[in-house]
Structures are given as structure tokens and as C-alpha cells.
Design a protein around this ligand. Structure first.
Ligand code: AP5
Length: 216
């Protein structure tokens, strides 16, 4: 099963990707998570991209395509994967077409757009917290931790992402409208494009995604 989750920052791509991963046993490939891991380890790549990410802008297509090509060649991707936050531009989508052809001509990608109104997105992202140790997601409004500022799963410290400040969120939304939204037209004209209303409880959104993924 090959899945792409498309949608603005904060619509719940990461949340739904983790649920799909658990149910269907295919890996989540989040370019945001890959880049943040490099920033955390302070690798040369991490140092190169940190400022761009903190400003809410996009990392170069060339770099992202190199990361994705290497990642999709890993053995755990052989029976499927979930693309979360990639592609984000038309050149990335075109690059992905080439990579998928090189990997296997028979891959059928299901593209799911999750949509949520901007004001709800801003509410979700300003209250998002992430475990600095295991990456578990929290939300101070929707899913608060049991113990203040500590991860329920591993006890790690909960942090706010550097790009989750309101001003940067608005910038990320602007970048989404300009660079990523045109992908909806790109994928709509192909087969297997679906739109899911993400402004509902997590379980309701997931139930609809499972229904879409179960369709032949
Ligand atoms: P990335 O990490 O991909 O961020 P994003 O796309 O902006 O998405 P988010 O992680 O913010 O949101 P999400 O949709 O995953 O929502 P989540 O499930 O966490 O990218 C970060 C940066 O990296 C980019 O700005 C760019 O610089 C760079 N980058 C990454 N990929 C790139 C690429 N391909 N090309 C170039 N640059 C790239 O949910 C959000 C919150 O809402 C959580 O608190 C959650 O608990 C809550 N929530 C989730 N679902 C619901 C619900 N149904 N109801 C209520 N609350 C909910």
C-alpha cells in the first residue's frame, strides 16, 4: 500500500500517518521528521536547513529529492510507505514520479488531501507539544500530557517546535498556498485522489482514511 498525505501544516498528517503505520505496518516517511533529526544531531545538513525551517520556508527541491530517493530504497519500503509532508512543490512531485518509475513501474499511490480551516490549524499548532525523546505528539487542548511537560510514554521533556510560533505558522500557511496547494490540481487529474475533512475528531478522520485505503 502506497499512500501520500497532502495538506497544510497542522491538518493532522503526522497524527494520521502514525495510525496508518500501526494498522497497515508500513513506514511513515516524514521529510519534516528527517530534517528535524538532522538539526538535532547538528549534522552539516541539519545546520544548512535549520534557519530555513525556523523561518517557515521550504528546503530546496534538490536536497529533498535526494533524501527521498535514498529513503525509498531502504528495505522497509518494499511493500509500501506513507509519504507525510512530501512532495511540497510541483518539481518535487515530478521528481517523485521519476523515482517511483525507477523503483517499480507498478506502484499505485493513493493521494489523500486532508483539509482544515486556517483558524483551526493555528489553534492546533500553537498548542502542539512534542516529546523531545520519543517524538510522541501532544496537544495542550486536545491531548494534554498526564504530568505537566512530561511525556506519558517515556517521561521525556515536551517541547514546542521552533516553527510553531503564530507568526511562523502564518508564514508556513502562506508558503503552503503558494507552493504546495497547486499539487492538488496535479494529483486530481491522475487517478486515486481523495479529499478528507480533517476538522473532525482524530478517530473519525482515521475511519474515513481506512475506508479510502480499503477501496480497490
Ligand atoms: P513538517 O514537519 O512536514 O511540517 P508541516 O507539513 O508543516 O506539518 P506539521 O507537522 O506541522 O502538521 P501535521 O499536518 O503533521 O499535523 P499533526 O499531526 O502534527 O515540515 C516542517 C518544515 O520542514 C517545513 O516548514 C519545511 O521547512 C521543511 N520541509 C519538510 N518537508 C519538506 C519538503 N518536502 N520540501 C521542502 N521543505 C520541507 O497535528 C498538529 C496538531 O494538531 C497536534 O498537536 C495534534 O495532536 C493535533 N491534531 C491532529 N489531528 C487533530 C484533529 N483531528 N483534531 C484536533 N487536533 C488534532
Amino acid at each position: 500500500m502506497y499512500v501520500m498525505l497532502l495538506g497544510a501544516p497542522g491538518v493532522g498528517k503526522g497524527t494520521q500517518a502514525k495510525l496508518i503505520m500501526d494498522k497497515f505496518r508500513i513506514p511513515q516517511i516524514s521529510t519534516g521528521d528527517i530534517l528535524r533529526a538532522e538539526v538535532k544531531k547538528m549534522t552539516p545538513l541539519g545546520k544548512e536547513v535549520k534557519a530555513v525551517m525556523d523561518r517557515g520556508e521550504l528546503v530546496s527541491d534538490e536536497l529533498i529529492l535526494k533524501i527521498i530517493e535514498n529513503r525509498l530504497k531502504e528495505p522497509d519500503c518494499q511493500n509500501g510507505f506513507i509519504l507525510d509532508g512530501f512532495p511540497r512543490t510541483i518539481p518535487q512531485a515530478e521528481g517523485l514520479d521519476v523515482i517511483l518509475q525507477k523503483l517499480d513501474n507498478h506502484i499505485t499511490l493513493k493521494v489523500i488531501e486532508i483539509s482544515v480551516p486556517d483558524e483551526e490549524i493555528i489553534k492546533r499548532l500553537t498548542s502542539r507539544r512534542v516529546c523531545s525523546n520519543c517524538g510522541e505528539l501532544y496537544n495542550l487542548l486536545l491531548k494534554p500530557p498526564l504530568d505537566d511537560n512530561k511525556c506519558d510514554k517515556c517521561g521525556g521533556e515536551l517541547i514546542q517546535r521552533d516553527d510553531d510560533k503564530e507568526e511562523t505558522i502564518r508564514k508556513r500557511l502562506e508558503v503552503y498556498r503558494r507552493s504546495t496547494e497547486p499539487l492538488i490540481g496535479y494529483y486530481k487529474q491522475k487517478k486515486n485522489f481523495y479529499r478528507v475533512d480533517g476538522a473532525r475528531p482524530v478517530e473519525a478522520v482515521f475511519a474515513e482514511i481506512v475506508r479510502v485505503l480499503s477501496e480497490k
